[in-house]
Design a protein around this ligand. Structure first.
Ligand SMILES: Cc1cc2nc3c(=O)[nH]c(=O)nc-3n(C[C@H](O)[C@H](O)[C@H](O)COP(=O)(O)OP(=O)(O)OC[C@H]3O[C@@H](n4cnc5c(N)ncnc54)[C@H](O)[C@@H]3O)c2cc1C
Length: 97
């Protein structure tokens, strides 16, 4: 969990640096969105697991973060769409259908 959070923070710092330097491009943002939301999804699932079965009970709030993570993974460009943008930038080939 800490590794995921730290990796995501490092990526976001790099994104901010690129933005400050005027070098931030769409596929940089797509890579960050896809990577960080996927890591968030893993992390909140582990967080939920720490509570055992109570993790799915509203009283302990872990499931609320779980639902938030699922939403962030899908809106403002789904994980798959962000990866298609990155793939096009890396290979020069578009796999959009
Ligand atoms: C909480 C929440 C708030 C939202 N707020 C807003 C808002 O304020 N404004 C707004 O405009 N929208 C909003 N949305 C909508 C959100 O942007 C869409 O849900 C999102 O873009 C995904 O579209 P969809 O749900 O129609 O899924 P679909 O486009 O039907 O996608 C379904 C699945 O298929 C995949 N997929 C689709 N097309 C392809 C393809 N060509 N190749 C490979 N995979 C593909 C997707 O990645 C996804 O996994 C919100 C959604 C949620 C859940």
């Amino acid at each position: 969990m800490l590794g995921n959070v730290t990796a995501c923070q490092c990526l976001m710092v790099r994104l901010a640096q690129l933005d400050t330097e005027g070098k931030l491009l769409d596929h940089h943002e797509s890579l960050a969105k896809a990577f960080t939301t996927a890591r968030m999804r893993e992390t909140v699932a582990w967080g939920r697991e720490v509570f055992g079965a109570n993790g799915i009970v509203v009283d302990y709030n872990a499931a609320r973060f779980f639902a938030d993570a699922e939403a962030l993974y899908s809106y403002e460009g789904t994980y798959q769409m962000q990866n298609l943008i990155v793939g096009k930038a890396v290979t020069g080939l578009s796999a959009f259908v």
